[in-house]
Design a protein around this ligand. Structure first.
Ligand SMILES: Cc1ncc(C[n+]2csc(CCOP(=O)(O)OP(=O)(O)O)c2C)c(N)n1
Ligand code: SF4
Length: 252
């Protein structure tokens, strides 16, 4: 029988450890496909966060290391600087990257570390049971803001991609979503672009991907698709906020 589909080699045969319908699975598979297509598996080190992304330790069929909460950019910095021949990327949630690790990501981006960052923004703390994240939407409920985020009390959601794109150094900063097949294809192109930049020896790239958490949002996986379209994408518009390779091409 002709084999028309198989798991990428970059992930192993374990069942996906994420909740049913969780887009961590989609993002993990997209990254794995890109690693396979670029032939990077043998030279890749993935730096895992604390959060549901940590569960990737059960999946990644490549060298990996779990960092302390929020510290993935610092760990990746150390690895890439001491092993510049390796391909190094971090995989981080919005609590990990946008709260406890906010300073780490800003300084790694500002230094122009030659790493790739995949930032999975599901607007909540998934692993710990649904607390408010820096990216929780205004009015969105979480266990620590049960009547919804109130900007008077908690401020507005942090737009991480836009903040990082303000810095001088980053090479590529973009935001995608994985709620439709079309958006999934676009997100894969964004991951490819970020990874290509590192392969070309260029500096820091960050790809933010709007994701879901059906378990802690308390809705069905199907309902999260519309939530992302109707709510999340209004607060966090998709787009490329910085692409120095395009700017360089335009100048020629
Ligand atoms: C130093 C430290 N503080 C707090 C925690 C508890 N903690 C574990 S995961 C997490 C947040 C995870 O949320 P996010 O990064 O958005 O990832 P998700 O699980 O939603 O993918 C927190 C606060 C911890 N493990 N270590
Ligand atoms: S808790 Fe949320 S983010 Fe974590 S695996 Fe389950 S659905 Fe995904």
């Amino acid at each position: 029988m002709e084999l028309v589909y198989k798991k990428p080699e970059a992930i192993n045969a374990n069942p996906f450890p994420y909740c049913p319908g969780c887009m961590h699975g989609t993002v993990t598979k997209l990254i794995a496909e890109v690693i396979d297509e670029f032939g990077l598996r043998e030279k890749t080190i993935v730096v895992l966060p604390v959060g549901c992304g940590t569960l990737g330790v059960l999946l990644w069929n490549m060298d990996n290391i779990c960092s302390a909460h929020g510290r993935a950019p610092a760990v990746a910095t150390g690895i890439k600087r001491t092993h510049p021949e390796k391909f190094v990327f971090t995989y981080q949630g919005d609590g990990d990257l946008g709260a406890i690790g906010f300073s780490e990501i800003m300084y790694a981006a500002n230094r122009g570390e030659k790493i790739s960052v995949i930032f999975v923004n599901n607007s909540i703390y998934g692993m710990t049971g649904g607390q408010m994240a820096p990216t929780t939407l205004v009015g969105q409920r979480a266990t620590t803001c049960q009547d919804g985020r109130d900007p008077e009390r908690e401020g507005y959601p942090l737009k991480i991609a836009e903040l990082i794109a303000q810095l001088t150094t980053p090479v590529y900063v973009a935001r995608f979503a994985v709620n439709t097949p079309q958006n999934v294809r676009a997100a894969k192109e964004g991951i490819k672009k970020a990874f290509q930049n590192q392969m070309d020896g260029l500096g820091f790239s960050l790809v933010e991907i709007l994701s879901n958490c059906p378990t802690n949002w308390g809705v069905s996986p199907m309902a999260t698709l519309d939530f992302i379209k109707d709510q999340t994408m209004k607060e966090f518009p998709l787009g490329v906020f910085r692409d120095k390779t395009e700017e360089a091409a335009d100048e020629k």
